[in-house]
Design a protein around this ligand. Structure first.
Ligand SMILES: *Cc1c(COP(=O)(O)O)cnc(C)c1O
Length: 321
């Protein structure tokens, strides 16, 4: 496939499972499947590893010997970059700012900060008032003056190069769908920076498949901004793949209403979704992304937007640490 011309550093050893959830299917009167990207590769797993395969490939080809990630204190991307950099034998630095309006110990000493230390990543902890991108650029300039070659990763790993990870993800899902003889009426996922949805959409377009089954639940930005950002990422990814991008924005479907008071702020629907998934299937959703998206899915089942008997694939994106 045309992804072969992009440099890639392997982080996932083969496909993640695509499983049917029998008990929850019965309960919801649908056929519910999950794509277990919470079981990918290394470093505590998650959707960012797919993006990192192509970002690391690109960074290593450019001769970089140090990578910089920008994100929130709780960033899964930063944690997985730290793990992947260890595996690739390059250094990394994490520029982390206070993106969630919380300053309690549970937030500041979350699992990711502990794992970042375990991976030996140098962390720059910024107050909310400092512009993280400017800070990262200044730090990169400083490192370059010392003779280092720096690669700055985009927020959430969602540049067009990073989005290629979910183009590959879409190809993997299509293979599993065909092998298992399935047909999905809905493919649903959380949307933060939009890279995962953009990659899945570009992957479907690359394979000549319809894209109207794919929809996300926004958990970070308001819906208009989410659609705009995801559309821009989709356009950039299609450009990279050499696919015409006329109807890019129009194919981005986002289901609003589950973000609550803001990114990372818990909602009752999220708590219910986590508990239902745990008590019915023994599976763990994270509270920032998967929990809010799954709360949306449950509402969409109850409202009938997802019709009884539908085949639904929910992408589990990780984030538990
Ligand atoms: C980053 C992240 C997402 C959202 O992915 P985007 O590509 O930024 O939309 C979803 N789930 C988890 C666990 C994440 O870390």
């Amino acid at each position: 496939m045309s992804l072969e011309r992009f440099p890639r550093f392997t982080l996932l050893d083969g496909p993640t499972p695509l499983q049917r959830l029998p008990a929850l299917s019965t309960k919801l009167k649908i056929n519910l499947f999950v794509k277990r990207d919470d079981m990918s590769g290394l470093g505590g797993a998650g959707n960012k590893l797919r993006k990192l395969e192509f970002l690391l490939g690109d960074a290593l080809r450019s001769g970089a010997d140090i990578l910089i990630a920008i994100g929130g204190v709780q960033s899964n991307f930063a944690r997985l970059l730290a793990a992947a950099a260890c595996k690739a034998g390059v250094q990394c630095e994490l520029v982390l700012s206070h993106m969630v309006p919380r300053d309690d110990a549970d937030y500041l000493q979350n699992g990711n900060t502990i794992l970042n230390q375990l991976f030996g990543a140098l962390t720059h902890d910024l107050p909310a008032s400092v512009d993280a991108v400017e800070y990262a650029n200044a730090r990169a300039a400083e490192l370059e003056r010392e003779g280092r070659r720096v690669y700055i990763c985009p927020l959430g790993g969602s540049s067009p190069v990073g989005c290629l990870g979910y183009v590959a993800g879409a190809i993997e899902i299509e293979q599993q769908r065909a092998e298992q003889g399935l047909r999905f009426d809905h493919v649903l996922l959380p949307n933060g920076s939009g890279g995962t949805q953009a990659g899945l959409l570009a992957g479907a377009m690359l394979q000549g498949q319809p894209v109207d089954t794919i929809a996300s639940y926004n958990v970070l930005a308001p819906v208009e901004k989410t659609i705009e950002q995801t559309g821009a990422k989709l356009r950039g990814t299609l450009d990279l793949l050499g696919i015409p991008a006329e109807s890019a924005e129009a194919s981005v479907k986002v289901r609003d209403g589950y973000r609550g008071d803001g990114y990372g702020v818990p909602t009752d629907g999220m708590r219910h979704a986590l508990s239902l998934m745990a008590t019915t299937e023994g599976l763990l959703l994270d509270p920032v992304y998967g929990g809010k998206a799954f709360a949306g899915l449950l509402d969409d089942v109850h409202s009938g937007w997802i019709a009884p008997g539908s085949n639904v694939l929910f992408v589990m994106t990780g984030g538990l640490p």
